[in-house]
Design a binder for this molecule. Sequence first.
Ligand code: DPP
Ligand code: ZN
Length: 859
Amino acid sequence: PVSVKLENYTPYPFAIDNVSLDFSLEPEATRVRTRMQVRRLGPGEFVLDGVGLLLNSIKLNGDELSLEDYERDDETLRLRSVPDAFTFETEVVINPAANTALSGLYISGGRFCSQCEATGFRHITFWPDRPDVMSRFHVRMDADKARYPILLSNGTPGDSGDLPDGRHYAEWDDPHPKPSYLFALCAGDYDVWRDSFTTMNGDHVDLGVYVDKGQADRAQWAMESLKASMKWDEERFGRAYDLGVFNIVAVRDFNFGAMENKGLNIFNSAYVLANPESATDADFEAIESIVGHEYFHNWTGNRITCRDWFQLCLKEGLTVFRDQEFSSDLRSRPVQRIKDVMRLRGRQFAEDAGPLAHPVRPQSYGSIDNLYTATVYEKGAELIRALTVLIGDEAFNRGMQIYFDEFDGTASTIEDFYSCFEKASGRDLSQFRIWYAQAGTPEVTVDESWDEKKSTLTIKLTQKTPATPKQSEKKPVPIPLRAALLDGRGGHCTADGWENGETVIILDEAKKKVEVKLPEGAARPLLSINREFSAPVRIKRDLGTAQLLELASAETDPFNIWDNFQTLSKTEIFRLLDDPQSPPDAELVRAIADAVRHNESDPAFAALLTALPEIGELFQEREPVDPTGLNEARKRLRHALAETLMVDASRILSEPTPTPFAPNAEQAGIRALRTAMIGLTGALGTQDAARQLKSLFDQAANMTEKLACLRSLIPIESMERDEAIEAFYADWKDNPLVIDKWFAVQAGQGKAADAERLSQHPDFDLSNPNRVRSVAAAFAMTNLAEFHAPDGSGHKVIGDIIEEADKRNPALAARLLTSFEQWKKLEPVAKASAKATLERLRDGGLSKNAMDIVARALD
Ligand code: DPP
Ligand code: ZN
């Protein structure tokens, strides 16, 4: 496959200061007239991107061009010679109704909507479809007034009015120059939840959340989240909104979670619609963070955008960091940190350890749609966080202000961004930038020794980044490790250079020795390292169970308390895997249970303590890996924990759930512990547990607990399970977002046969990404033991879904294919089946996006 290379970047030789777009909207034949003011910046041909466009007319300075004046192929339009300044006009016709790839202009639920990142705009009109060409957009559209009463685009509304034949028109103006990937258009009939916001500069902003008819009340939480985001960005980063209008439109068919189009964010309805009856706490939390994320893009992404797609992490990593901080400030910082790290380890570490590994800023890519990865997003965010630890919050905040001041209105690079922090901190950050160029998760070994006589603790650190595809040699990176000396009584030991017993150790070479001198006669301190997960690395320490338990009880950092139990549980699961006859370690089980009880006053944290490492994470520690065996071993440990906590579970679940329902962190924490107890009840696996869960299911007053009961019931073969599955469907069959959950819990907890049955269900819909993911991603990405079952049944059902999905929606299919990323680590039987499935897909013919993943996976 051809790949695009960073080293081949050249600036576009023309500026297009202004563009007018004129849409005459019809589902099957929308006419698009484009008129642009072009000015030459340097030598080069005038080349525009354009795919699947029916060309009606093409004019230069008002004169229609003839066939000799330009060249056209499937992807571009090329003019042989153009003057230094000119007006260029095209008229094309497109067919939104036939657009099943959901990139460009398409129809969802009978309404027009668009998705242009990364390369959707070329499906709408001819344009240099690259982020470094920034223009002021003026949009006019006309449409049938009865079917499409609301017409939206970027910026603020201008003229509007009626036209003959029942049509009407509207104009929109966006004064901020932007790249084409931020263009948006929506047209249809919606209900709107309106509100307003006054910025710190005193400017009034009209806010609207546009949703399906009859659902305006389900947009309230998104609106609250939007106002909270606007306020937070002012307070934390001094950034105010810059237009009089900000709109969000919810659409049911959407490839991404949401899209930050200037002034007109378009959202997957899963991240907009919520009410207490139909949404879980996880939904409310996700809406809050995604609304925040897209809003924060206004400064990090829109006003300062990316020079080219290699710089994607410039906007995504940074904006994920910003949304994580937003959630931490609104909710619990330690709980947020743990959740973010769970996601990082589960998805990004896995990606980094497999055939799809790539640097946060890659040197080349085959298909840009496949670069929207956990590495670019999550590791990209971790690098910003590590930077804050390395240079300190104050220098970081100053650097951000320099960035906003110096690069506003530009299309920038990672180098530009880092130059601001070099200025702010007075440090050379060139070594830090190696993080961006190197794939793979660094492994840090920590070895300590204590010299009683000298009262000195010697810490020996080493780092090593494993080889990744096409990158075998790795350099040391600067790894900022927050550390503390624990006294074992809930406090810290003092030592030279360790203020309050804490410091940041920068491991910037392959090896480093740190000597810590304690006061004479001091007792041996315990070392707490990588506190708050200050660097995205794997820590290897040679500590036994007893030492880890001691460390866990001495810890003062909530993240590390949780993480010590994760390490202990991992070790124990592998021991159980190797020794299937041996019972789970009673001391460990007791210690986890005690920690849960001890933290009941912080129920969200206590709930996380009950969560054992997921199979996807355990996968990374062994090769070859036997997912079925791992799952059994994990279940045995979980069963023992459930038995030990059953008295507590009964007590916690017999208390009333908070009413009236509020989606705040406090109530969500209480429900999180309740659902953790529901999960443990299910882990008992008995008919008695099924009866208990069914009765909790029947009484559940909110979706969080109802869904938790259903999830826990699925693996227990029983009448209660079957009744719950049926009752849930009957209650919610008219709410597609809730039915997505119904599909997802069954696929996530069931067997390949269940995934197969669900994919044949009348409500399964290959043209809706949420529904496809609710079966295929829920099964292949969260139910790894069944997906990688040695008989190949899991691979087959997912392979079949991907093959069908790819014919309509390549971006979706490619994303689902990444579920195979760990196939090389599998035990030989499942490995052969995964390989055969990938080869079958490859040989059957795939889209370019899907082929890019399969080729790399098989390489
Ligand atoms: N840029 C979007 C987001 O991550 C994805 N299209 O916010
Ligand atoms: Zn983003």
